[in-house]
Design a protein around this ligand. Structure first.
Ligand SMILES: [Zn+2]
Length: 317
């Protein structure tokens, strides 16, 4: 029987946090995230050297990071972990299918990190997570049919149809390795991949090769083009043509309403977006006209997406 007295006021509990970890080729970025998605204590630490079983060192380091965050935030509880990485990722099973840079094949990240920490774990794709963050909080907020393209050294994408990210067991979103007219030999073994002409890395590399001049990345090539350098202009035109081809393909196949561009190349601003918009228009007729948007979530987009995934483990009974 209930006592008629007023109940004891429950002490104010600090909000439950989740740990987000973004594994890269050289660094692991990590942070805690509160229920609003705000990141706390963002850190960058070296990615550990590979152990005999590639992937195991990442699990050990992630468990250490958890302990370090617990020690630094003793008044908070950490309820779940969202781990993200590049390569082919099966987000449903939590398995790292393949990473060329980091060396694993079919490594069960979610299962191993769960065993090591006792917490629920999600394992996801880094660019997919960045795309999730743009959809929830960023440039693509409120939209359903969206492609998020991260254009840096290479090109990776997150494809959303009807508001859902297309996963295809980890094989969707490889925009950088879709063939385009004018594409060149690719490190993946194909000839003609988009990222061999359309990436920031390719723009800098092709310009140096054709002009014999060293340049400070794609940014330097855009600056040269603005000063009338015809080689720089041609390299950028080639990149724009290749990107516009891929964007028009996506629009025709998926009815994409917005293309969100992030990564280093997006910093070119209108020098990229203006010509790209014009070229995409030329490649379309009756099709939907996609808006081209600059990504808004910045360098920590992946961490924010990883935190969203981890949070979903707490919110699902
Ligand atoms: Zn390729």
């Amino acid at each position: 029987m209930r006592s008629p007295t007023t109940p004891h006021p429950t002490p104010e509990l600090p909000p439950e946090l989740v740990l987000a970890i973004d594994v890269g080729g050289t660094d692991m970025k990590s942070a805690l995230a509160d229920p609003s998605g705000a990141l706390l204590g963002v850190r960058r630490t070296a990615t550990p050297a590979r152990t005999a079983v590639a992937g195991e060192s990442i699990v050990q380091r992630s468990a250490e990071l958890l302990a370090e965050y617990r020690a630094a935030w003793p008044d908070h509880s950490i309820g779940a972990i969202g781990l993200i990485a590049p390569g082919l990722v099966d987000e449903v099973t939590g398995v790292g299918i393949y990473s060329a840079n980091l060396g694993w094949r079919d490594f069960p990240f979610a299962e191993r990190l769960q065993q090591a920490t006792g917490l629920p774990v999600t394992y996801g794709h880094d660019v997919g997570a960045a795309g999730d963050a743009e959809m929830r909080f960023g440039a693509a907020r409120g939209l359903d049919d969206v492609v998020v393209m991260i254009i840096g050294t290479g090109i990776a994408g997150a494809v959303f149809a009807g508001g859902e990210r297309v996963r295809a067991s980890g094989y969707a979103g490889e925009l950088g390795h879709a063939l385009v007219p004018g594409g060149l030999d690719c490190s993946c073994g194909l000839h003609g991949c988009l990222e061999t002409v359309g990436s920031a890395g390719a723009i800098a590399c092709r310009y140096s090769g054709l002009s014999g001049l060293t340049v400070s990345g794609a940014r330097g090539v855009f600056a040269a083009a603005a000063n009338g350098d015809t080689i720089a202009r041609r390299v950028i035109d080639d990149a724009v043509a290749a990107l516009a081809f891929s964007v028009a393909q996506l629009v025709a196949i998926l009815g994409t309403e917005a293309v969100v561009i992030g990564g280093g190349l997006a910093q070119a601003g209108e020098a990229l977006f203006g010509p790209l918009r014009q070229q995409v228009e030329k490649n379309l007729s009756f099709h939907r006209r996609p808006v081209l948007l600059s990504a808004q979530m910045g360098q920590d987009a992946g961490l924010i997406g990883a935190a969203l995934r981890a949070r979903s483990l707490l919110d699902t009974p």
